[in-house]
Design a protein around this ligand. Structure first.
Ligand SMILES: [Zn+2]
Length: 70
């Protein structure tokens, strides 16, 4: 029974991570998972972690490596 409680906790924290916003450290652009990046081919509701490595910042063009969690 104790293990069931632990499982619920992990699910909650993971759900929070998915909707985290990420900021471009070069230009300050904020990626919002709820909006995605339609112009860049990213559908609304896409977690930052699920964006393809080929994606680039829509404002300054740097890669995902230059973003950090807000
Ligand atoms: Zn940028």
């Amino acid at each position: 029974m104790d293990s069931e409680i632990e499982t619920e906790d992990k699910t909650d924290s993971r759900r929070g991570d998915i909707m985290d916003k990420w900021v471009c450290i070069v230009c300050g652009y904020v990626y919002n998972p709820e909006e995605g990046d339609p112009d860049g081919g990213i559908d609304p509701g896409t977690a930052f972690e699920d964006i393809p490595e080929s994606w680039a910042c829509p404002l300054c063009g740097v890669s995902k490596e230059n973003f950090e969690r807000q």
